[in-house]
Ligand binder design. Structure first.
Ligand code: PMP
Length: 432
């Protein structure tokens, strides 16, 4: 099969190189780890995307998660259109913020108060500061393989060994910052215990993605998540759930609701905005009262609670509250994945499709993977070929084998049938 035409995308990419580092405004978009020129997208509707060359795709990236209703959803668009004519930003409170907050807090009992911000990075950065301000401690435990946005203290990764201390994974992070971040492997109680034994009074918080979904889909055992809750409590540390991907996706109460745990602080992101830049962090009223102007932890934002973004959020979240929304979405995902798994099994391919809720991930291995270090980088060669074959058959997955796929309410059973066929054909070519 011939590769899709990328003439217009190539022309636009060449131009973009003049303006942006790597020609992009966020690194993964540059298609560095997959085949060919990045696709410049012209429009999206429902579960479909069209690029600048007129190629049409079934979209399983969904803007990296927020489009749980698909592109251009009439309710979301309608809400935005209603407020657009009234001005786009005031830097002052609006009733829309109250409305969206009420929608969230009435239906998500895991938090009592929240703050809207403009990105997941900001939500996490603020949550970390809040944890430090609240506990009076400096150290943060994070897990190898969890991404929490690009604030300094989160851009630290693990080396090998039981407990690894701050080694920056991005240039430009001062060592003194990185030293405050302890990175340990997922799914490892001993490493966690060691960290607490070593720094019993210094760990402000342990932060984990609700379901780690940025380095493959590393689904943790429920028992391990409960253990996290217990050990943080027993040492007077906070548990932060970063639900930028899982919040309002696994259910309205996200992974916290899914696992039945109550983290101390929860961060949310993109889904709230339905495609507009929104994030949020929330906690009990007692913890949130430490935020300025009530408390001494400063956090602010000119565009926080932006009326257009709030309107989009009201549209999107009210749709998610329709009875049966998540059951339907999750059942659809399960059926889709089960059929693919069956095909893989029949053919004897070395691929696993892990999934939870409406997230899925192709792992080119025959092992169950729970930790970042268990992913063989060589398996990404399969993904590169797979991605190319899928694009040629009109299937758009995010351009990295470490990223998960997303299914939206707009993916109809017929569309998923077509997608399955394309996936089977692509697997038959890649032969993992
Ligand atoms: N936390 C998690 C779990 C994420 O997946 C992401 C981004 N995908 C972020 C934080 C950062 O969010 P943003 O890109 O909106 O800054």
């Amino acid at each position: 099969m011939n590769d899709i035409s990328r003439k217009q995308s190539a022309r636009l990419f060449e131009k973009a190189q003049k303006y942006f580092p790597g020609g992009v405004n966020s690194p993964v978009r540059a298609f560095k780890s997959v085949y060919g020129t990045p696709l410049f997208i012209e429009r999206g509707d429902g579960c479909f995307l069209w690029d600048a060359d007129g190629n049409k795709f079934i979209d399983f990236c969904c803007s990296w998660g927020p489009l749980i209703l698909g592109h251009n959803h009439p309710t979301v668009r309608g809400q935005v259109e209603d407020v657009l004519g009234k001005g786009m930003s005031f830097g002052a409170p609006t009733a829309l913020e109250n409305e969206l907050a009420e929608l969230i807090l009435k239906n998500n009992k895991k938090i009592e108060k929240l703050r809207f911000v403009s990105s997941g990075t900001e939500a996490v950065m603020s949550a970390i500061r809040l944890a430090r301000g609240y506990t009076g401690r400096d150290k943060i435990v994070k897990f190898d393989g969890c991404y929490h946005g690009h604030s300094d203290s989160m851009l630290v990764k693990a080396g090998s060994g039981l407990v690894t201390f701050g080694e920056t994974s991005s240039a430009g992070v001062p060592k003194s910052f990185a030293d405050e971040t302890i990175v340990i492997p997922l799914h490892d109680k001993v490493a966690l215990e060691e960290a607490f034994k070593q720094f019993p009074d210094e760990i402000a918080a342990v932060i984990i993605e609700g379901v780690p979904a940025n380095n493959g889909l590393l689904i943790q055992d429920k028992e391990y998540i409960q253990y996290l809750r217990e050990i943080t409590q027993s040492y007077g540390s906070l548990l932060i759930f970063d639900e930028v991907i899982t919040g309002f996706r696994l259910g309205f109460e996200g992974a916290a609701g899914y696992y039945g745990v109550s983290p101390d602080i929860i961060t949310y992101g993109k889904i709230i905005g339905g495609g507009m830049p929104v994030g949020a962090y929330g906690a009990s009223a007692a913890i949130m009262k430490n935020i300025s102007p009530d408390g001494a932890v400063y956090q602010a934002g000119t565009l926080s609670g932006n009326p257009v973004a709030m309107a989009a959020g009201i549209g999107q979240l009210s749709e998610l509250l329709r009875p049966g929304f998540y059951d339907e979405l999750n059942a659809k995902t399960q059926a889709f994945v089960s059929a693919i798994e069956q095909y893989i099994q029949d053919k004897g391919y070395r691929v696993k499709v892990s999934f939870i809720g409406s997230l899925f991930w192709f792992a080119f291995t025959d092992k169950d993977i729970k930790k970042a270090e268990e992913i063989d980088p060589a398996s990404m060669d399969f993904f590169k070929e797979f991605h190319r074959e899928l694009l040629n058959r009109g299937i758009y997955l995010g351009p990295s084998g470490y990223e998960v796929g997303f299914i939206s309410a707009a993916h109809t059973p017929e569309v998923l049938e077509n997608a399955k066929r394309a996936i089977f054909e692509s697997l038959d070519i890649v032969k993992p």
